[in-house]
Design a protein around this ligand. Sequence first.
Ligand SMILES: Cc1cc2nc3c(=O)[nH]c(=O)nc-3n(C[C@H](O)[C@H](O)[C@H](O)COP(=O)(O)O)c2cc1C
Ligand code: SF4
Length: 459
Amino acid sequence: MQMVGQTSPSVSSVHVVCHNIEIKMIEFEKIILTEIPNLHKIDIYEQYGGYTALRKALGMTPDAVIDEVKKSNLRGRGGACFPAGLKWSFMPKQSAKPKYLCANGDESEPGTFKDRQIFELNPHVFIEGALIEAFAIGAQMVYVYIRGEYKKWIDLLQVAIDDAYEKGYIGQNILGSGFSTDMQVYRGAGAYICGEESSLMNSIEGGRGYPRVKPPFPAQSGMWGCPTTVNNIETISNVPAIMNRGWEWYSKIGAPKHPGPLLYGISGHVNKPAVLELPTGVLLTDLIYDYCGGVKNGKNIKAVIPGGSSTMWLRGEELEGVRMDADSLKIVGTSIGTAGVIVMDEDTDVIKVLTRIAHFYHHESCGQCTPCREGTGWMEKILKRFLAGEGTMQDIDLLLDVANNIEGNTICALGDAAAWPVQSVIKKFRGEFEKRAKKSPTVSQYVKPPHLVETMLNV
Ligand SMILES: Cc1cc2nc3c(=O)[nH]c(=O)nc-3n(C[C@H](O)[C@H](O)[C@H](O)COP(=O)(O)O)c2cc1C
Ligand code: SF4
């Protein structure tokens, strides 16, 4: 019988035909989005070994659990790839104040749609992982923060949480261990910024979704000034398998410095858009051609965004040999982000796509810091000038200047997230801007007011 993250009979050898050569690409066992039917039901989850990892963890010391996760080298799946075990170890061992775990299911980054799959298909693997983490860090409460529009998934998760309460996995004296914790779903009002960990905490506290200046970091002063850890839903869902199978097993999956299974969400101009669970480090071209059926109508690829809308773009010609893990993507000047891959074919108007992205970041900026509040609007405005045929050659450099002045000068990473796509598209597709630029600006053309850029930095 196939056990969830326990035994290995579900190992699947994937054979693909690539350039007429059949290649045995991967031997891999899915641990999150498995093939087991009806795994969202608690009885089925238990039948396939569910909640044994929790039992095992409760029989260990919290430090031993943290050590196991540290050694596994599990890294965050919410975008920044921060080592999970290390983050857990920042929580104070002794605390007069209560401790909290926030599970981040805001999932609002364009191109990202994988956490919802976990809520739908395997919610208990997340719940079990969250309970293990709560035990390890000593959290008396787990808040699961989900974007309010995701009602379908909120309802599905709530059913699973209720079932887990009924079976004694959540609540007082869990499985007779003496450890108690509660779990509550918190609905966000639909703001991208509320996925940023400190504004997420403000939101749960009932305040406005404004990011906080760090330090202090959440482990020192998080929810209501108490020690808090924030982790992504997918990160947490990896934990039961690590507990059951051990860190050595886990650390050998995929890319050595960024191991484990990864949920890749592939969208855009591919024949079969999908969320796929595969090891880290698969070839980007394999994802597109072998797993997603290639590009629609057999067209060439113009560009790919590898990790959600905030990551730097790659040109179609740059994709060969690029692997999908944190270090490999860093080498080619971009990042894994949320592994939300967006594929654009040869006919894509990249300036139009970039303008849409710029509009998103302008709209979602919380407005606290000037470079982001003003700069995101300026970038959108300049890009719209290009769409309207009113952009000039000077505008290309102005746009880059604005992006460069946002990057690194803001309270939270939304500013960087807005700047990076603009910087990379100018770098990689400058010719597209030049082709569209009006050659001789008229008097009515926008002229760069240099003082404004400087003013923008006086936060
Ligand atoms: C603007 C912004 C939006 C974010 N949105 C999300 C989100 O929807 N989900 C998420 O897990 N992390 C999001 N993050 C990252 C979180 O701040 C945090 O790093 C993450 O939840 C930590 O989890 P991990 O270490 O398990 O990846 C966002 C960050 C920024 C700056
Ligand atoms: S960078 Fe943007 S979203 Fe983040 S705090 Fe500043 S204004 Fe708000």
